[in-house]
Design a protein around this ligand. Structure first.
Ligand SMILES: Nc1ncnc2c1ncn2[C@@H]1O[C@H](COP(=O)(O)OP(=O)(O)O)[C@@H](O)[C@H]1O
Ligand SMILES: CC(=O)N[C@@H](CCC(=O)OP(=O)(O)O)C(=O)O
Length: 296
């Protein structure tokens, strides 16, 4: 027997998936969830559209999603177009005045492209940067004591603009730019921004969407994926030098978020279609989960 385009078994399987989602929907209803959408996982419009559809689903079942986005790859592309070389120290972009200008322009474009996609599927979204509503106050960051230009560390998040938007049913979409007390612009690593926002909003969950399956002991050996680790293990692998590149600020931020009250932190492969739905609504553990304490 067939029902529409499906066999009875397929229909039952679909219904079971919905039933499986029920406890998770109940658990996260009314909760704030922060999704950090990394530039590395914005490979094409189709993928972006699917991520936005997942966010729509989170919103429609009663969660309060907030998006903090990156755009590092796109910034590097434009930095190279003006004849410069993109340079990073500890996963943070060395940002001179010209690079700052490029970063703000590119992040503004990424921001509005995400807002457009949301509007296309009927979601209410507002794109802002940390400058809007005085949301982020920053000070210059000196990673390892080094001066890397206009790179900011968030010292305060004024959540009033976010809470107003959320109360009015909008999804805030945040670009990681902020100003210091002298109103100088700063480029902020999007992982740092997501962690600060999740902490300030006391989010239930912080999810990083990136371009790798999760955290690996050895990224060249897929069998070394860490599916769960506690804060101590996370600190340990950082100390051992196992984690590099853009994963370093991500993992440091996972630890900071957990230490500052965020209940759950996950690192997921944003290239995997509907990874957010799989993570939120099914029992399948995907990516790397960072836990406060060991489970056993
Ligand atoms: N131990 C590790 N496990 C996983 N990824 C790692 C590790 N060490 C370095 N990386 C790198 O970190 C990258 C993710 O960070 P990044 O490129 O900044 O992504 P995003 O744009 O999502 O912030 C991965 O693509 C990978 O190359
Ligand atoms: C200071 C710093 O590193 N800023 C980042 C901001 C964008 C970002 O973090 O984007 P992803 O999340 O895609 O990496 C940068 O200029 O690349």
């Amino acid at each position: 027997m067939v029902i529409g385009d499906y066999t009875v078994d397929q229909v039952i399987e679909k219904a079971q998936t919905l039933i499986e989602a029920m406890p998770y929907i109940k658990k996260f209803q009314g909760k704030t969830v922060v999704v950090k959408y990394g530039g590395s996982a914005m490979l094409d419009e189709n993928l972006k559209y699917n991520v936005i559809k997942d966010v729509a689903m989170l919103k429609l079942v009663g969660m309060k999603p907030v998006i903090v986005h990156g755009g590092g790859k796109e910034i590097s592309k434009w930095v190279e177009k003006v004849g410069k070389e993109a340079e990073f120290i500890n996963g943070l972009r060395v940002t001179d005045a010209e690079t700052m200008e490029i970063a703000e322009m590119v992040l503004g474009k990424v921001n509005k492209s995400l807002v457009s996609l949301m509007q296309k599927i009927g979601l209410k979204a507002v794109g802002i940067s940390g400058k809007d509503g005085g949301m982020f106050t920053v000070k210059k960051k000196f990673p390892g004591g080094k001066d890397i230009g206009y790179v900011g560390e968030i010292t305060n998040v004024d959540t009033s603009i976010l809470t107003s938007l959320i109360e009015d049913d909008f999804i805030p979409v945040i670009a990681p730019i902020g100003v210091d007390e002298n109103y100088e612009d700063y480029n902020i690593n999007a992982d740092d921004a997501a962690c600060a926002v999740a902490t300030a909003l006391e989010a239930e969950k912080l999810v990083f969407l990136t371009d790798i399956e999760g955290v690996f002991i050895d990224p060249t050996d897929k069998s070394t994926l860490i599916s769960e680790m506690d804060i101590h293990e996370a600190k340990d692998i950082i100390e051992k030098g196992v984690v590099g590149g853009g994963m370093l600020p991500k993992l440091n931020n996972c630890i900071a978020a957990m230490e500052n009250g965020v209940s759950r932190v996950h690192i997921l492969d944003g290239r995997l279609q509907h990874c957010l739905l799989l993570e939120f609504f099914t029992q399948k553990g995907i990516g790397t989960a960072i836990l406060k304490e060991p489970l056993f």
